[in-house]
Ligand binder design. Structure first.
Ligand code: ADP
Length: 339
């Protein structure tokens, strides 16, 4: 099985035929037989063949004992499960490739949308500006009309620079740096940033953070960007309400293997016809909106093997939730963003 002769094996120990990372496991399992805590053990380990290649084996060992219970010999059977293990690894790799391809597709869709979205204001700016030049050359130039047209140029320029601002946010999300992070700290940082930008009394953000939160494996800047976006949107949803009624809650909690951050607002709510479109690139209902915020949030959450979704509150308003996997249970992001 391993390529050694019976004679060669006689002079070899467990460590000589075992992958270094599995030596401790092998000794621990066999100690159970020696010390009498178990009469039979079954475990999987990697053997090293004489030619250096690996053999994945399922080893079952049974103890033979004398009348006093002392170990006299062990009988071991090794089943070669290398082919099964290789098939499992191939499947996992294939699944990772699929997830990666899906992320690239989402990013590609976003980027081609951005190109389209930038092209529109640029074309408009060109038309308005050349129209104004033509009018200025006329002997009786209508300065009022030219003034209006130039105001439109300014508007379109603002729109283009807003798209570029989002693009910069996105490129900041490009190279991911995953590390165990405390979600509560990220939430507090994001809310502080918002509070610094808000005018006094503009709205009230209450924090309901669970005191004992496990770390999540995440890119802190990207997750902060998600929270910032959700809290800003919550503020926008309450913009038409009296200042005294504007309040939202950011809460954190653990739910099994996951950590969940919720942003709960008491704003206008999501129209039934729009509920499925919110995360689409460039979907917006705001007159000055771009519609990239939530699609970037969705992309970031996919990059974290996490989720983002929204539900209507029973008493009005909307709750957006983001779900991340606890760092102690995380098997690691399957692909690096932008790679
Ligand atoms: P933008 O803020 O530029 O419109 P987003 O992608 O962040 O882009 O949001 C898309 C749309 O989702 C918004 O225009 C709005 O209609 C809806 N939306 C997002 N958050 C909320 C919320 N908290 N309450 C109601 N509607 C929301």
């Amino acid at each position: 099985m391993l390529g050694y002769s019976a004679n060669e094996l006689k002079s070899m120990g467990i460590a000589d035929i075992t992958h270094p990372d599995d030596v401790k496991l092998s000794f621990n399992q066999l100690r159970n037989l020696k010390e009498g805590t178990k009469d039979r053990v079954t475990f999987e380990k990697r053997f090293v063949r004489k030619n250096g290649s690996l053999l994945h084996g399922r080893l079952s060992a049974t103890a033979n004992r004398d009348a006093r219970g002392a170990l006299t010999s062990t009988v071991s059977i090794v089943e070669d499960i290398t082919a099964t293990k290789k098939a499992e690894a191939r499947l996992a790799e294939h699944q990772d490739e699929l997830v990666h391809a899906q992320r690239i597709a989402t990013l590609g869709e976003l980027v081609s949308g951005i190109a389209h979205e930038l092209n529109q204001p640029l074309t408009a700016i060109e038309n308005f500006a050349s129209g104004s030049i033509r009018r200025l050359r006329e002997p009786q130039a209508d300065l009022g009309l030219i003034n209006d047209t130039l105001a439109k140029v300014v508007n379109q320029t603002r729109r283009a620079s807003e798209v570029i601002r989002h693009l910069r946010d996105l490129s900041r999300s490009g190279a991911s740096h995953f590390a165990p992070v405390d979600v509560n700290r990220i939430v507090k940082g994001a809310v502080e940033l918002i509070a610094m930008g808000a005018r006094p009394g503009e709205y009230d953000i209450a924090l309901q953070l669970s005191p004992s939160m496990p770390d999540v494996m995440a890119d802190a800047i990207q997750i902060e960007q998600v929270i910032l976006n959700l809290v800003r949107n919550a503020g926008d949803a309450m913009a038409s309400m009296p200042v005294s009624d504007r309040r939202d809650i950011v809460s954190s909690a653990t739910n099994g293997a996951h950590v969940i951050v919720s942003v709960i607002d008491h704003g206008c709510g999501v129209h039934r016809d729009h509920a499925d479109k919110l995360f689409d690139s460039f979907f917006t209902t705001k007159h000055d909106g771009i519609g990239m915020g939530l699609s970037i949030c969705r992309w970031i959450m996919e990059n974290h093997d996490g989720r983002i979704w929204h539900t209507a509150n029973p008493n009005g308003g909307t709750t957006f939730r983001v779900e991340l996997v606890r760092a102690d249970l995380e098997r690691g992001p399957t692909a690096t963003a932008g790679s």
